[in-house]
Ligand binder design. Structure first.
Ligand code: GLN
Length: 487
């Protein structure tokens, strides 16, 4: 039935569009109806971009009526994390300091979405400036997990993940600095990919920690995520860290040929602290791979124990520098009461930033200050190299690594928000890939005793996206964990 199409995959939607069973405009109408119905409970969006979306849908419908070729994801609705600039629409990073900021230009990924005729339905909520693991640090609203509205959707791209899981959009983009795509994908039972650092342009992404940030796709299955990655990846002269190499055809990786593939499970990341149901689901996933003909070996990342410390020094150091631009002068919020320039800076930042952002600016400034630079920042950089070397060594022996995406499933709203350290520990399995620059993704691999989704993380060497996607696709074909949350 036509009305059910919003619960289906991009390829099903494409088929229906090409067969003229539905128009791109009608698909958007259904999407916005769904948003209207579910948004009061889920609260995924900071703003909707209807005008923009309908403009794109109109182009799609015109092309279909003229019988012209359509890009693979044309007409498929997408939610954009609200830290990526879309021209003339609000881009707030879920911060009070940017509450009224409208971007004057498009991020490169938005240009690419436009070229591919993918309608952007709205700007999705996030932890303020992408700092967090639960979306509770947003200054605008608390997004709920569509599987259980008392639980967090994960963060920082919680709005994007919840939108896809709640079928408010078929696709979404998020950004991942230490796990912000993979963690919410895992908590919301969907697929999320953090590409190799530099594979997708960061131009127009509001910077958090520039040496770690990477944009990537969310979808309800591996095929859709792979196609979306293909649509947004590629070299961009506006991003100096962009990789100048051709983009592989990820659709060719959608096969189940994993015989002989060497998969390493990281022993340090399947430890005591892991929730028993998560551990069991990962062990079952390894068995499933073995049954498909892959070879499973135990591997070690000996320095993984330093990764949280290293990440939170480097990420906060970079953030303290990146966020210096929000001073009330150039854009965004400005305090109403200040008698001098310095007082204006101080008050603007004191009033505009939330607690977590301030905590990180202070930590980062401290780590970079003279006298502490060598003890913290430089040491952390050295350890980052050592962790990267650990990865290189493991990838001499295996094609892929497997870990849980997170040691637990989604937690209750409010249960960790007053304990930043407990929140930081949620990132233990994800942040090492950002430190090493390698691609990683999360796919659904089961449910806990309360019916909350569990995520399996696959990690590949630099530019190993095709192998990673193939392994993810094979797992999805052999199992049945991609479900729709009942709302
Ligand atoms: N949870 C991590 C943090 O708070 C990662 C955030 C991200 O990837 N943007 O920094």
């Amino acid at each position: 039935m036509k009305d059910d199409l919003i619960f289906k995959t991009a390829s099903a939607q494409r088929k229906a569009l090409l067969a003229k069973e539905i128009s791109a405009k009608e698909l958007l109408d259904l999407t916005y109806e769904r948003i209207e119905k579910t948004e009061p409970q889920v609260e995924s969006f900071n703003s909707l971009t209807k005008e923009l979306a309908y403009e794109t849908a109109k182009c799609v419908d015109e092309k279909i009526s003229k019988g012209e070729n359509l890009p693979l994801l044309a007409g498929v609705p997408l939610a954009l994390k609200d830290n990526m600039c879309a021209k003339n629409s609000f881009t707030t990073a879920s911060s009070k300091i940017l509450a009224n900021f409208k971007s004057p230009y498009n991020a490169t990924v938005v240009e690419k979405l436009n070229e591919n005729l993918i309608p952007i339905v709205g700007k999705a909520n996030l932890d303020e400036f992408a700092m967090g693991s639960s979306t509770e640090n947003s200054a605008t609203k608390t997004t709920k997990n569509p599987w259980n509205l008392n639980k967090v959707p994960g963060g920082s791209s919680g709005g994007s993940a919840a939108a896809v899981a709640a079928c408010q959009s078929t696709l979404a983009l998020g950004s991942d600095t230490g796990g912000s795509i993979r963690l919410p994908a895992s908590f919301c039972g969907i697929v999320g990919i953090k590409p190799t650092y530099g594979r997708v342009s960061r131009y127009g992404l509001i910077a958090f920690a520039s040496s770690l940030d990477q944009i990537g796709p969310f979808a309800r299955n591996v095929e859709d995520a792979a196609l979306l990655l293909g649509a947004i990846a590629g070299h961009d002269k506006n991003d100096q860290t962009s990789i100048d190499l051709p983009v592989a055809d990820y659709s060719k990786a959608l096969n189940t040929d994993v015989k002989g593939l060497k998969i390493g499970f990281v022993k340090e990341l399947l430890s005591e602290g892991t929730q028993p149901e998560v551990k069991a689901a990962i062990e079952a996933a390894l068995k499933s791979y073995e049954a498909m003909g892959a070879e499973i070996v135990e591997v070690s990342i000996p320095h993984v124990k330093y990764s949280i410390g290293v990440y939170y020094i480097l990420a906060t150091a970079e953030a303290s520098s990146n966020l210096a631009r929000f001073d009330g002068v150039k854009y965004g919020y400005r305090t109403q009461e200040a008698e001098s320039l310095i007082e204006m800076y101080k008050k603007t930042r004191a009033e505009g930033f939330g607690d977590e952002v301030k905590r990180r600016i202070m930590l980062g400034t401290y780590a970079l200050s003279s006298g502490y630079y060598d003890a913290y920042y430089k040491k952390a950089q050295q350890l980052r190299t050592i962790i990267k070397n650990d990865f290189d060594k493991v990838f001499e022996k295996v094609d892929l690594m497997v870990t849980p995406t997170c040691p637990t499933t989604a937690f209750d709203i409010g249960s960790k928000s007053s304990d930043p350290l407990a929140m930081y520990l949620m990132d233990i399995c994800t942040i090492t890939s950002n430190l090493a620059g390698v691609p990683a993704m999360s796919i659904p691999c089961g449910f806990d005793n309360d019916g909350m989704p569990i995520g399996l993380q696959l990690i590949a060497p630099i530019l190993g996206e095709e192998t990673m996607i193939k392994a993810a696709y094979s797992f999805e074909q052999a199992n049945d964990f991609n479900k729709i949350a009942k709302l």
